[in-house]
Write a protein that binds this ligand. Structure first.
Ligand SMILES: Cc1cc2nc3c(=O)[nH]c(=O)nc-3n(C[C@H](O)[C@H](O)[C@H](O)COP(=O)(O)OP(=O)(O)OC[C@H]3O[C@@H](n4cnc5c(N)ncnc54)[C@H](O)[C@@H]3O)c2cc1C
Ligand code: SF4
Ligand code: SF4
Length: 1018
């Protein structure tokens, strides 16, 4: 019989004593940032999007340049020579660039401010932690932008972009990041803070005359550029995606007359110094844009046509292959792009090219578009041409298509099976004219290995993304990484290209000597020796210091697969999303109007993101595996410690017993259970799902907080309280009542019950409350709609339930309300999985019976209604056999113009603006548009507002522990939108969101059904 209770889990890695002393000394020296040595923080910096996992010794979160300088000054002291430092930004590297067993310097949390904008001088100054999309959103109203781009633009930082010399779509025109740097502030060896500048003439003489590192660096740059001029010209390929690393070709002119150290630092992956500020060149925004979607019968044809498309001078040409297109069909993004990807009659699209034109005036745009249309006409029917095309003019359509392209990597991560596409040869670049031939050989190489792969990329510059699917938990597949890398390196070299056309080197650094050659690589080592003689800055990356016996990072470095292999097989199989989080960081999205992870947005703490939670859970499963245990096996059996033991363990927890399970618990408790990760993450890492499993097991050992029982049982308690709502409100609303709820249940400002009970409201309008046997007697004339009650609308806002039923009636239907029953969502959220299982079985039986009668089942509160579709089948491990529709989802399917519904709004007095519940947006991507369709059909204008989470999300925002974060989340996205609108024009679909608005802004907005009803009545 497997054991049912988790053991105490000690992290297996202790903090290196020298790092402990370094951290202590840092604190004593006036360092103002945070220093984290807990296992969870270290784990959250142990991965990026690569195949590697390396646990750092500590993570620092500096606040200022002075903090960074202090850290670098200290490691220069002999007593700390064993300590190394690696800068980290968004952690989106694909090759372990920011991974280290030393100390991580995370600049993304506090050093993320836009410092100055100089529109006249055409520059913006930023701290390194600023995220690219945030910078461009700030610049947009000024008609300018930072032109270098990259796919993870909503989470990659400017510091990381500089350090990898990043580039993406549009690089044929705009080049790489280094080409847009005006000045860098960097912290160098010994804590020296330097501001780079392009120097020539007397300025260069002065720089070279300096007695310090800066003087030596300028002199060395001149010496190498002039003495190695011919080797540099021969070795650096003439590609738009030029060779990165230490950029010998650009750090100084070949005659040695100018030097700009920014060119040396850009692309150096933090191995020479830490960037703490950057002045960047601005580009005028091209406001006129058009995007062609060219559809092809095969990938080769799409690649081959890139060459003639470039002749029409587009901003970007990007290819996506069939593997990615097929995976996109299952993604939330697909409904927005499906019309652009439609197959022509009798043909199948197996690849697309996205071709974008951008200009400053309409006439030039039209001329460019016409030229491509004419070229397409000339090529119609010719072999290898596209078999269809669409020109997309509207911004939303273009954005959706680019999002599809940007999601390519993530989507590949969602491919079925244990073998997942992984990055290690994912960004090769060859001269564009050789791309098609090169790709043919590349594919033959992968086919010979019997591997699946997806391909997409920047074909206008010859850069292709290829991720072969491997299961790195399998040692044989792990060995393939080296074999395939060697073969691809040879292939790409034969075609005059590079292994790293985009993402940098990281653990591929062992191949730097191959690409730079025996003459230039030693020059890189001289540079490294000057800047970092003891190999303390991101050691192993790009070059080792000359004269030392240090090693370069190797491609078969410490892989994540080797650690995941230690997890029990049953856990790997039954908790696949935990294992398959590929670290692409989509969940770090900082955009305030996206639903993706509100807890990550408000804390900026990686632990409180889906990736952070999945990483901790993986480690937790690994530590269990080490003890020969499996979480899924434990879940399958009943059992817990006696209550006294749980209470004792829970109390011991207060004093911190060092059990890693507590760190996982803390990470899980910050989750709002909004479900955004379950759909917005390309791999569908569903945190609430595995959180429930974790909590169930955690609380078999540790006593629960009393508040958990209160929340979990609330659905059952409410009918009792609602028997005398005024009395219940008087008790809970009194000072004593509020204090007791705060103390015992951990709940702040609990909402009050509606004094007029739902049955009375329904009875006033003659809306029947019907049981199964009543429903059995009803005619099947297509008019009956069965409405489900939920705790929120029934007890707190019965007016919404009433309005929804009345609306259905006005539209010609006959609503029947089912008697109230608890749905179990709160039990699931708090991890009472066994109790939840019982509720699911009971409700499923009832709802199956009603569904069998053929009547539609409609729910009003989205978060509750969607539980029937999301958590129920997972709990049952089978289809439920019934479907609960959202109100608008069902109405949008009806023909509301048919005679029996033929009602139109009277003078609605203008339109409305809709804000949707985050869970609804996450699980039913079309939900807001469905309301728009219903409103449109009834003649009422509705504006859809793009928004994130309101911060309330069920009980989360009411919990004392989360109230501040909840209010902070509300301020991020919702508050501004509501402030800009007339209050009675704002409509809100979720009960939680209406409660939050009431709490913060002092008014309760209407549900769309209420607004429609009054518009139709007027
Ligand atoms: C899905 C996906 C798609 C991608 N697409 C592209 C793409 O289109 N184009 C592209 O170029 N890359 C792409 N990448 C790779 C990655 O996003 C880039 O390399 C990016 O520039 C890394 O930024 P970051 O903030 O995440 O840096 P991190 O990954 O945190 O760090 C990257 C490197 O920069 C160093 N570093 C970070 N901050 C500093 C600093 N302040 N000072 C000194 N060194 C620093 C780190 O030490 C590390 O060596 C992609 C990655 C993913 C996951
Ligand atoms: S949780 Fe999802 S979005 Fe976040 S890093 Fe993992 S796979 Fe990517
Ligand atoms: S459910 Fe929401 S808050 Fe929780 S991890 Fe997922 S996205 Fe973040």
């Amino acid at each position: 019989m497997p054991r049912a209770v988790i053991p105490r889990l000690d992290p297996l890695a202790n903090v290196d004593p020298s790092v402990g002393r370094f951290a202590a000394e840092l604190r004593r020296s006036g360092y103002r940032g945070q220093i984290s040595t807990d296992h969870a923080s270290r784990l959250s910096a142990a991965t990026d999007n690569s195949i590697y996992q390396v646990l750092p010794a500590a993570v620092l979160f500096p606040r200022t340049t002075a903090d960074v300088a202090l850290a670098l000054k200290l490691i220069d002291e002999p007593r700390f020579h064993a300590v190394s430092v690696t800068a980290r930004g968004g952690g989106t590297g694909t090759n372990g660039q920011a991974l280290t067993s030393g100390v991580v310097l995370d600049l993304s949390r506090h050093m993320a401010k836009i410092v100055a904008l100089d529109l006249e001088g055409g520059s913006v100054t930023v701290q390194p932690g600023v995220v690219l999309d945030d910078l461009n959103a700030y610049l947009e109203p000024h008609g300018v932008y930072f032109a270098p781009s990259l796919s993870p633009s909503n989470r990659a930082t400017i510091g990381g972009m500089i350090a990898t010399d990043a580039s993406g779509e549009g690089s044929r025109v705009h080049g790489k990041t280094a080409e847009h740097i005006l000045e860098l502030e960097v912290v160098l060896r010994g804590g020296l803070v330097h501001r780079t500048a392009r120097v020539a003439g007397a300025g260069l003489d002065d720089a070279c005359a300096r007695p310090d590192l800066i003087g030596q660096a300028h002199k060395l740059a001149v010496e190498i550029a002039t003495s190695r001029r011919d080797d540099i010209a021969r070795t650096f390929p003439k590609l738009r995606r030029y060779m990165t690393g230490y950029n010998l070709a650009r750090m100084a002119s070949s005659d040695g007359s100018t030097v700009d150290l920014a060119w040396l630092l850009a692309g150096s992956e933090g191995s020479l110094g830490v960037v703490t500020e950057a002045r960047l060149r601005l580009t005028r925004l091209e406001r006129h844009r058009a995007l062609f979607v060219l559809r092809y019968p095969d990938f080769d044809a799409a690649l081959a046509s890139a060459q003639w498309i470039v002749g029409t001078d587009p901003e970007a040409v990007e290819t996506v292959d069939e593997t990615v297109l097929v995976l996109a069909r299952g993604d939330v993004i697909y409904h927005k792009v499906r019309d652009f990807l439609a197959d022509p009659e009798g043909q199948t699209t197996r690849a697309i090219n996205l071709v974008e034109f951008r200009t400053h005036d309409e006439a030039s745009l039209k001329a460019k578009v016409d030229a491509l249309v004419a070229e397409l006409g000339r090529r119609r029917g010719a072999p290898g041409g596209p078999h269809g095309h669409t020109v997309v003019w509207d911004a939303a359509g273009r954005q959706s298509l680019w999002n599809l392209r940007k999601k390519g990597v993530g989507l590949l991560g969602n491919a079925p099976g244990a073998r997942k596409p992984v990055p290690f040869v994912e960004d090769t670049v060859v001269p564009p004219e050789h791309l098609a031939a090169y790709v043919r050989e590349f594919r033959a190489l992968l086919d010979a290995e019997g591997l699946r792969y997806g391909m997409f990329g920047h074909v206008d510059v010859g850069c292709l993304h290829v991720r072969p699917a491997l299961d790195l938990k399998d040692p044989e597949d792990e060995a393939r990484v080296r074999r395939i890398t060697a073969e691809v390196t040879a292939l790409v070299t034969r075609y005059g290209g590079l292994l790293w056309g985009e993402h940098g080197k990281g653990f591929r650094s062992e191949l730097v000597p191959h690409h730079f050659g025996p003459v230039l690589y030693p020059e890189l080592q001289r540079i490294k020796a000057l800047f970092d003689p003891r190999n303390q800055l991101n050691p192993g990356k790009i070059a080792t210091p000359a004269g030392g016996s240090y090693a370069l990072a190797r491609i078969d470095g410490p892989t994540r697969g080797a650690l995941d292999r230690q997890i029990a097989r049953s856990d790997r199989e039954l908790l696949p999303v935990v294992i398959h989080c590929n670290g692409n960081g989509q969940c770090f999205d900082t955009s305030t109007d996206s639903v993706m992870c509100p807890s990550s947005k408000i804390t900026r703490d990686r632990i409180h993101s889906p990736k952070g939670r999945a990483t901790l859970m993986r480690e937790w499963l690994r530590l269990l595996g080490h003890r020969g245990m499996s979480a899924t096996a434990m879940l399958a059996v009943d059992g817990r410690l006696p209550w006294i033991a749980r209470l004792w363990q829970g109390l011991a927890r207060v004093g911190r017993s060092g059990d890693f399970s507590h760190e996982v618990y803390d990470a899980m408790s910050g989750c709002l259970a909004c479900k955004a990760c379950a759909t917005q993450c390309p791999v569908r890492v569903d945190v609430p799902d595995f959180r429930a499993q974790f909590l169930e097991l955690y609380h078999r050992r540790y006593a629960r907080p009393l508040g958990d029982y209160f929340t979990a049982r609330l659905e059952r308690m409410l009918p009792l309280m609602a028997a005398a709502p005024r009395l219940a409100n008087a008790l809970t609303g009194s000072a004593l009542g509020r204090w007791v709820t705060w103390l015992v249940a951990g709940i702040a400002d609990a909402p009050l019950l509606d004094p007029v009970r739902a049955p009375e409201r329904l009875a006033r309008h003659g809306i029947p409350c019907s049981r199964l046997n009543d429903l059995e007697r009803l005619p099947k004339d297509g008019r009956v709609v069965v409405v489900l009650q939920d705790a929120f609308t029934t007890f707190y806002e019965p007016a919404v339930l009433e309005a929804s039923c009345r609306l259905l009636r006005v539209l010609g239907y006959e609503p029947h309300v089912l008697p109230y029953f608890d749905n179990g969502k709160a039990l699931h959220i708090k991890g009472f999985l066994q109790a939840f299982g019982r509720v699911v079985s009971r409700n499923t039986e009832l709802l199956r019976g009603i569904a069998a009668l053929g009547f539609p089942l409609v729910g009003i509160e989205p978060a509750v209604a969607l539980t029937y579709r999301d958590e129920y089948p997972k709990q049952l491990q089978a289809e439920t056999g019934f479907r609960v529709w959202l109100l608008q989802e069902w109405l949008a399917e009806q023909d509301l113009s048919a005679p029996r519904h033929a009602v139109r709004a009277g003078s609605a007095g203008g339109g409305f603006s809709l804000l949707s519940h985050c869970t609804e947006q996450a699980l039913v991507a079309r939900a807001p548009e469905q309301w728009a369709r219903v409103f449109g059909a009834l003649g009422v204008p509705l504006e859809l507002l793009k928004s994130g989470c309101c911060g309330m999300c069920g009980v989360y925002g009411h919990e004392v522990a989360h109230k501040q974060d909840s209010l902070g989340i509300f301020a991020l996205s919702w508050k501004g939108k509501i402030d800009q609108r007339e209050r009675d024009r704002v409509l809100v679909t979720g009960h939680s969101c209406r409660t939050q608005i009431e709490r913060v802004m002092g008014f309760t907005p209407r549900h769309p059904a209420q607004a429609l009803l009054s518009a139709l009545d007027s």
